[in-house]
Design a binder for this molecule. Structure first.
Ligand code: SF4
Length: 270
C-alpha cells in the first residue's frame, strides 16, 4: 500500500469509530516502515495496535522493542503446526518455526501481549490441540482458528482444494483444545469458519460473529470491504438455514467448502 492509501485508511477508520488497528498481510514485517505506520496509528488515536506476523523478524534483537516503542500493543503469531516439520512444510520455509519460537520469546520478554492465529489445513488438523497447548505455554491467552480456504485466486489449485480441512475432522480437535484450557474462559478461542450447527453448545463461546466483530479490511489499492461481506467468511446459506435458530448471527458457509466437502454436515438447529 502507498503512504497515501495507508494514511487515508487510518483516518477513515478513526472517523468511523475504529479504535483497534490490525496490521496484517501478507507479512507486514516485510515493510521497513511498519513502525512508522504503527506510530501513526497511535497518534491518530487507535488504542490497540495488533501486529499479525509469522514472527520471524521478531527473532532479531531489538525488533520487539521497536514494536513496543512504536505503540504496537499485541502480536498475533501465525502458527501452522505444533512441530517444526509441520509448520515449516506448510509455510514452505525451512527454519521458520524456530525463528517464530525465538520471536515469541523476545516479544514476551518485551511485555507485548501474545496471541495465536492457528492456520488449519487437512494435514495439520490433528495438531490443533497441541498448537493451542504450545501457545498457552508460551504465554498466549487468545487464539483464532482459521480454516484454509480455496475462495481466492487459488481456488482451482487441486493442492489447495485437497488441503481444505473438513469440519468433522476439525471440530473434535477444537473441542479437545477448549476443554483442556477451559480455565482461560469460554471465549479464549475464536473459530472463524465453523457455524453453530457443527459446534457442541458447550463450545459456542468459540463462535465468530463477523458482523459484530466489525472489521473493515483495506487492501493495496485502497480497496476496502467489511469482513462480514467477504466470501472468506461464508455468505452461502442452505435452504434449511431459514428455519435454524442460529441464522440471525450465522455467517453462512463458504462456497469453496461446499464445493469440496458438500453440505451434509450442516443441519439446521430447531
Ligand atoms: S444457519 Fe445454516 S449454516 Fe448457520 S448454523 Fe444454522 S444450519 Fe448451520
Amino acid at each position: 500500500m502507498t503512504d497515501g492509501e495507508i494514511i487515508g485508511a487510518l483516518q477513515r477508520g478513526r472517523a468511523d469509530g475504529a479504535d483497534c488497528l490490525w496490521l496484517g498481510g501478507g507479512e507486514p514485517t516485510l515493510r521497513k516502515d511498519i513502525f512508522r505506520i504503527a506510530a501513526m496509528g497511535r497518534r491518530l488515536g487507535y488504542t490497540r495496535v495488533k501486529l499479525q506476523t509469522n514472527g520471524m523478524m521478531l527473532s532479531y534483537p531489538g525488533y520487539a522493542l521497536r514494536c513496543a516503542d512504536a505503540g504496537i500493543s499485541e502480536v498475533a503469531f501465525s502458527m501452522k503446526g505444533a512441530v517444526a516439520t509441520t509448520h515449516d512444510r506448510i509455510a514452505r520455509t525451512e527454519g521458520c518455526f524456530d525463528l517464530m519460537v525465538a520471536g515469541v520469546e523476545r516479544a514476551r520478554e518485551t511485555g507485548l501481549a501474545l496471541e495465536g492465529d492457528l492456520f488449519i489445513t487437512a494435514s495439520n488438523a490433528a495438531e490443533l490441540p497441541a498448537m493451542v497447548s504450545l501457545g498457552v505455554a508460551w504465554g498466549m491467552r487468545s487464539f483464532r482458528v482459521w480454516l484454509l480456504s480455496g475462495v481466492d485466486a487459488t481456488r482451482d489449485d487441486p493442492e489447495v482444494r485437497a488441503e481444505v480441512p473438513r469440519m468433522r475432522d476439525v471440530v473434535p480437535r477444537l473441542v479437545a483444545a477448549m476443554k483442556a484450557h477451559a480455565h482461560l474462559g469460554a471465549d479464549f478461542l475464536m473459530s472463524l469458519h465453523t457455524p453453530a450447527c457443527v459446534l457442541p453448545e458447550a463450545q459456542h463461546g468459540a463462535l465468530f460473529d463477523a458482523a459484530a466483530f466489525g472489521m473493515r479490511v483495506v487492501n493495496p489499492g485502497g480497496h476496502a470491504f467489511d469482513l462480514a461481506d467477504s466470501p472468506m467468511e461464508g455468505g452461502t446459506f442452505l435452504p434449511g438455514c431459514a428455519a435454524c435458530r442460529h441464522r440471525p448471527r450465522c455467517n453462512g458457509l463458504r462456497p469453496d467448502y461446499l464445493a469440496r466437502h458438500g453440505a451434509e454436515e450442516f443441519q439446521p438447529v430447531p
